[in-house]
Design a protein around this ligand. Structure first.
Ligand SMILES: Nc1ncnc2c1ncn2[C@@H]1O[C@H](COP(=O)(O)OP(=O)(O)O)[C@@H](O)[C@H]1O
Ligand SMILES: [Mg+2]
Length: 210
């Protein structure tokens, strides 16, 4: 069982949105996915409630209870992948969640403010000693200059996912419908980008304990 945590101290970067669509893309790729929402805002849990399609159990978990929830899933033996959504601030609860992660994925918007705001998150992840990667999200689908500037700033960390995710209405529609973008518009560009991102994450997780 591998654990993927979506995290950044910046609200609005796309943690919950990507958590939902990555969970679905992973499920469609044969994973048995459990999703844990540790954010009091409950965006991912709300998505799970709206979700009528089968396949992904979404639970709200108090940060203090995260280790217990993961241990229970591990004992249960059914889930092959756990996706954890975290709030847009750092605290003891987030640290507990990240400690369990085989990979911390940090969505960052292609803006200097967001790139700089990601630094403290990276410092905390480094203290915890967990593997991490950035993914540029909400990129402009047509103009690439700002995306390239942000990519240049992040690539030097050696931890930038090579596939980027553009701003696309499929993500909004999918969140509303309780679906992933690969369900609501399987042939759309958002679906292509999320599948690529999932395949890259899967390769990163391959070295982690099953
Ligand atoms: N790739 C995307 N395309 C379009 N809208 C997006 C995308 N990613 C995030 N959003 C939107 O941006 C806002 C913040 O996303 P959200 O997932 O709630 O971020 P976070 O969980 O990091 O606070 C939401 O309104 C969401 O619908
Ligand atoms: Mg969120």
């Amino acid at each position: 069982m591998r654990v993927l945590a979506l995290t950044t101290q910046k609200g609005g970067s796309g943690k919950s949105t990507l958590a939902a669509s990555l969970a679905v893309a992973a499920m469609q790729d044969g994973e048995t996915v459990a999703a844990l929402d540790t954010d009091p805002q409950g965006s991912l849990a709300g998505w799970g409630k709206r979700r009528e399609a089968n396949g992904i159990a979404v639970e709200r978990v108090e940060p203090a209870a995260i280790k217990g929830a993961i241990d229970r899933l591990r004992r249960d033996g059914r889930a092959s992948l756990v996706v954890i959504d975290t709030p847009g601030y750092f605290g003891a609860g987030v640290a507990l969640a990240l400690r369990e992660a085989n990979l911390c994925l940090l969505p960052v918007k292609p803006s200097i403010l967001d790139v700089e705001a990601a630094r403290p998150t990276v410092e905390q992840i480094r203290v915890l000693g967990r593997p991490f990667a950035f993914v540029l999200n909400q990129c402009n689908a047509t103009t690439q200059a700002r995306t390239l500037d942000a990519a240049t700033a992040l690539v030097s960390t050696g931890a930038l996912a090579p596939s980027m995710v553009a701003t696309r209405s499929d993500f909004l529609d999918a969140m509303t419908a309780g679906q992933g973008v690969t369900e609501i518009a399987p042939k759309g560009k958002a679906a292509v980008e999320v599948r690529l991102l999932w395949q890259w994450i899967k390769a990163q997780l391959a070295g982690a304990q099953a």
